[in-house]
Write a protein that binds this ligand. Structure first.
Ligand SMILES: Nc1ncnc2c1ncn2[C@@H]1O[C@H](COP(=O)(O)OP(=O)(O)OP(=O)(O)O)[C@@H](O)[C@H]1O
Length: 201
């Protein structure tokens, strides 16, 4: 399986944010997207995820077989917001995502243990601290059967120990044949290709 972009362009509010982006990411590889504020990192991730229309070019999955014929079927997108219901418990949220995305490598309890949140699954998501919310959102990736991780500033709000743990999880995902595309300002501690987005304005 590979993720291919050819001459990809994106726009916001009718203005071109980026153009001519091309890459080929094989399974087991990571692409780290860097660049200053406003350079289009989030826009690129959202275009790849299909959450925004592309302005030109193409981005697609090849070799995903019957299980992952499209990016939509293959990806889990972790944006700035965590996409969790504040009134539901952490466990209930993760059960929802596990059902929605297809059973992933870990069960809910195991995933919570893995991100250091064992024992608090019963709490409403809204009770969690900023970093705990991000860790619970990372647990979504672990309960989901999704080989393509699209991550927007995934380590924002994480402490050093959690950052290091997440670096290990991304490396493991790649080692098991996954693909990671991550936009970041912070070093992520993973080996990967770098795509540097340009300045705007
Ligand atoms: N809904 C919108 N309408 C118009 N312009 C927008 C919209 N959303 C974002 N933009 C503009 O698109 C450009 C790219 O924004 P984007 O969020 O992709 O940048 P980024 O590289 O992720 O920035 P940061 O590092 O601050 O997160 C910015 O100039 C931003 O102001």
């Amino acid at each position: 399986m590979r993720l291919i972009a050819e001459n990809l362009g994106g726009e916001r509010g009718g203005e071109t944010v980026f153009s001519g982006i091309g890459f080929a990411i094989e399974k087991g590889q990571a692409l780290v997207v860097t660049g200053p504020n406003g350079s289009g990192k989030s826009t690129l991730l959202r275009v790849i995820a299909g959450l925004l229309p592309k302005a030109e070019g193409d981005v697609r999955i090849e070799g995903g077989g019957e299980t992952f014929p499209t990016i939509a079927s293959a990806c889990h997108y972790l944006g700035h917001l965590n996409a969790m219901k504040t009134a539901l418990s952490v466990t209930e949220n993760l059960r929802f995502w596990r059902d929605f995305n297809g059973d992933g490598p870990l069960g809910v309890e195991e995933a919570l243990e893995t991100v250091g949140l064992g024992g608090i699954g019963h709490l409403p998501f809204g009770y969690l601290s900023t970093g705990q919310r991000r860790r619970a959102a990372i647990a979504k990736l672990l309960v989901s059967h999704r080989p393509l991780w699209l991550l927007d500033e995934p380590t924002a709000g994480l402490d050093k120990a959690s950052e290091a743990r997440f670096a290990g999880l991304m490396a493991k995902h790649c080692a098991e044949g996954g693909i990671v595309v991550a936009a970041t300002h912070l070093p992520l501690g993973i080996e990967g290709m770098e795509l540097r987005m340009g300045e705007t304005g």
